[in-house]
Design a protein around this ligand. Sequence first.
Ligand SMILES: NC(=O)c1ccc[n+]([C@@H]2O[C@H](COP(=O)([O-])OP(=O)(O)OC[C@H]3O[C@@H](n4cnc5c(N)ncnc54)[C@H](O)[C@@H]3O)[C@@H](O)[C@H]2O)c1
Length: 419
Amino acid sequence: MDKYDVRDLNLAEGGRRRMDWAVREMPVLSSIEDRFRKERPFEGIRMSACLHVTTETANLMRTLQAGGADIVLTASNPLSTQDDVAAALVSQYEIPVFAIKGEDNVTYYKHLRAALDHKPHITMDDGADLVSTLHKERREQLPDVIGGTEETTTGVIRLRAMAADGALNFPVIAVNDAMTKHFFDNRYGTGQSTIDGIVRATNILLAGKTFVVAGYGGCGRGLAMRARGMGANVIVTEIDPLVALEAVMDGFRVMPMAEAAPIGDIFCTLTGDLNVIDKHHFEVMKDGAIVANSGHFNVEINIPALEKMAVEKRLVRPFVDQYIMPDGRFIHILGEGRLINLAAAEVHPASVMDMSFANQALSAEYMLKNAKSLQKKVYSVPEAIDREIARLKLESMKVKLDGLTDEQLKYLNSWEEGT
Ligand SMILES: NC(=O)c1ccc[n+]([C@@H]2O[C@H](COP(=O)([O-])OP(=O)(O)OC[C@H]3O[C@@H](n4cnc5c(N)ncnc54)[C@H](O)[C@@H]3O)[C@@H](O)[C@H]2O)c1
């Protein structure tokens, strides 16, 4: 292999060991890998993937390679690359990787273009950067592309906008739409890893603390559930009456942030919205309040306002900025308001990525098999794939479930049966 760009190939052995550790928690992907190895669905197919370069992604790359794919990988975020994993893929699996943790924007796009030099038949994106660069800069390559898959909400939004404009040149499957992706990834993955990030950054005891969760969507539900499980007294803030009602019925106190601000010990935003914690909230917070964010962008906490209000700021431990207010109160911001589960922890555990990446692998296979009948649109993951992944996950957990009897099937399908 002559082309790749990683930090240091000497890191490979450590990376491979961590890949092996993660794969133990990825039984669904492993069972797909076994089948792919026999059936070789991607024989002769070139793939370019733009995903977070982590142990879990490396195991997805291994699965696709077992299926015969000729694959290259570039990073979908300059900060999330695990350099040892990138080295392992290059030196132990001969998969070209273009990714270095902390690379600047110029290098990020240079790497992205290097992945496109591979002339993919299938693209695999997390944020739609590959697809958008292909459409903007490499139009001559478009006729060779059979289709793509997209991992995340932001990417799906971009792609649906392209499709609506008639600008999308090939079909894409929105992996994020699968139940076995967003339901588990956002709720259980973000729920646990956000707690993990807050605890690793601060080492505080959650039991007995008042924990304010802003936003009760998929991520907020997961966090509220986990914080309560650790003994915290959880308050939810919401703007949507239906969602707020659900939070109330789930047993949480719901109130506006202005009322929660003076009583919370720990705050975490997961709304995808702007300035959810703002100047007037900082004004009334308790001494020692801890404030974090686990939503996509670092805009949910108005840190610029806090910077102006504070008389001094100091880093008291990694990921903990202490702001000293004019009245002597301390307010703590974790991870500069960026995703705390990415900044101070390791994002989602492998067991959750097992299902997300099973969706990626099976969606790519589906794309290849059905390309002729698919239009230049964004498609949801077929329900049959979603159900199959749920079935495989349960099987790996040794959980059995009932099936319908013939009598039940007839009953459920009949409109003539009544009281
Ligand atoms: N940390 C991670 O690893 C991770 C993983 C998945 C998603 N995310 C991000 O987390 C955010 C939330 O994702 P989700 O799937 O829960 O979204 P969602 O749309 O299901 O939930 C967001 C909730 O926030 C509420 N909300 C909006 N503005 C608000 C405000 N000003 N105050 C209180 N509530 C408000 C909405 O009504 C909604 O119920 C998004 O930015 C998403 O990209 C992060």
